[in-house]
Each structure stands twice: as C-alpha cells, then as structure tokens.
Write a protein that binds this ligand. Structure first.
Ligand SMILES: O=C(O)C(=O)C[C@]1(C(=O)O)C=C[C@@H](O)C=C1
Length: 109
C-alpha cells in the first residue's frame, strides 16, 4: 500500500481524528511559545548590538544544553533530540542577532 491507494487521504478513523485535534492544539501552542521566545531574543539582539556584545554566548549555550537534556530525560523525551531542537532555534537566533548588529541595532520593522 502506498499514497496512491488513498488519493484523497486515508478514511478518517475517529480515534485518529481525536489524536490529530490534540496534535493541532499542541502545534499551535508551540508556534505561540516560539513567537514569544523570538520576541525576547529580538530584544536581546538589540541590547547586544547596542552594547557591542558578541551575538553568540557559548558558555550560556552549554548551560542551556545541560539543563534541557536533564529536563528531556525527566519528561521521557530523547535528550539528543532536545539538544538538536535547541541548537536549531539558537542558530536562527544568532542569525537574527547578526542581522540586527549589521543594521542600526533596532528592530527591522
Ligand atoms: O542569552 C543570550 O545571550 C542570547 O543571545 C539568547 C540565546 C538563546 O536563543 O537562548 C542565543 C544565542 C546565545 O548564544 C545564547 C542564547
């Protein structure tokens, strides 16, 4: 069986629909949480640009990784995944910090 067996999607199983409702709510929460996090890091980027501080702080990142790996273990989440997820977000934040530092240190909006 492959995707061509269900060109309009697989028939809806009630349990699958219920679980997908929760997945959609969780995905929405993640988006809102990420948006709030990026609002904070935007302000951090502006502060760092103003104060001529370096965009990345590897010592702070090390503390964050250790903390999140412990939290992941407690939550029965793969700590390697938690670390990769944090690294993915921080990479984007540093990209934003660099962009702010190259501008006048204010929000691009
Ligand atoms: O805390 C900082 O200094 C930040 O710039 C924020 C942040 C983060 O996204 O958590 C991003 C880059 C740094 O390397 C460390 C942490």
């Amino acid at each position: 069986m492959d995707d061509s067996d269900w060109p309009h999607g697989a028939p809806a199983h009630p349990e699958l629909l219920r679980l997908r409702d929760s997945i959609d709510n969780i995905d929405a929460a993640l988006i809102h949480l990420l948006a709030e996090r990026f609002k904070c890091t935007q302000a951090v980027g502006e502060l760092k640009a103003r104060e001529k501080l370096p965009p990345a702080d590897p010592a702070r990142e090390k503390i964050q990784v250790e903390r999140l790996r412990k939290l992941a273990l407690t939550a029965k989440l793969d700590p390697a995944f938690a670390e990769k997820f944090l690294a993915f977000i921080i990479e984007e934040v540093i990209h934003h910090h660099n962009r702010i530092a190259k501008s006048d240190g204010q929000s691009p909006r």
